[in-house]
Design a protein around this ligand. Sequence first.
Ligand code: GDP
Ligand code: ZN
Length: 301
Amino acid sequence: MPEGMIIKALSGYYYVRPDEGGDPVQCRARGIFKKRGVSPLVGDRVKFSETENGEGIVDEILPRSTELVRPPVANVDLAVLVFSVVHPDLNLLLLDKFLVHTESAGLDALIVFTKFDAADGEPDRERIVESVEAARQLYESIGYGSLVTSARRGEGIEELKRRLSGRISVFAGQSGVGKSSLLNALVPGLKLETSEISKKLGRGRHTTRHVELVPLPGGGYVADTPGFSQLDFAELGVGEIGSCFREFRELAEGCKFRGCTHVHEPGCAVLAAKERGEIAESRYANYLEFMTEWKENRRRY
Ligand code: GDP
Ligand code: ZN
């Protein structure tokens, strides 16, 4: 039975790109999925059979490595976290928040700094360039890849293509940081609406549409809808936030108490490392902020 990947789902149809190549096959799903309460997702690897009318049937969904809710995509392996260096300014609290969510979803993350060209026009250019460099050093030291780009000048686009090659990626980031511009630069002919265009047309973007995986010229796929649009900690357990800080994970094994929250406990290995300056101040401060937010969330429900 041929295998392939669902690249689009629309009105009860699944578009399956066969592994051996060729055009996507428009498929219905077997009734058994509905009975079992599972539905095929974009990104799913499937076995399918072709019917006489040139359409097909999804017969089996192969096991998923990851499963995202927003956007609903299976088997994503990389989150591209997009942050502009100006307009809007770099926001490390938000970056750490995204990282908690990507870690919790089991995704690797690549941090992409955008609009580097725009720094040139700023009176405090030096400071901006230094803060980007400092952020890159910090996150690379924790184990995250990072890149500096300018969609306008075409900087960093080839390198980004290389990093996305062979993976299924989803872009995430505040509105206005340049996600659509970056995707348009990566995929010739994609023509996603950027905010300038939606302003001209007098409408908000992201009207209800369906997620689609776009094949990249260098191999790999990217979702055409940004991810992690809703960032709260409601679905996380209390210990989980700490384990989503990569540099805390190994240290936490040395904490005196099981279930240590790394806030005030004696014999806490994370606090000790922070005192020795081995954990960045900003990371620890953001951790405390998230723990407080988490507690407030709990109280509300
Ligand atoms: P999104 O909301 O994250 O998809 O961001 P958009 O791609 O719509 O971009 C938001 C705004 O930033 C638009 O006005 C873009 O023209 C601008 N922009 C995007 N990329 C760049 C860039 O590399 N350099 C500069 N100077 N502006 C950019
Ligand atoms: Zn601890």
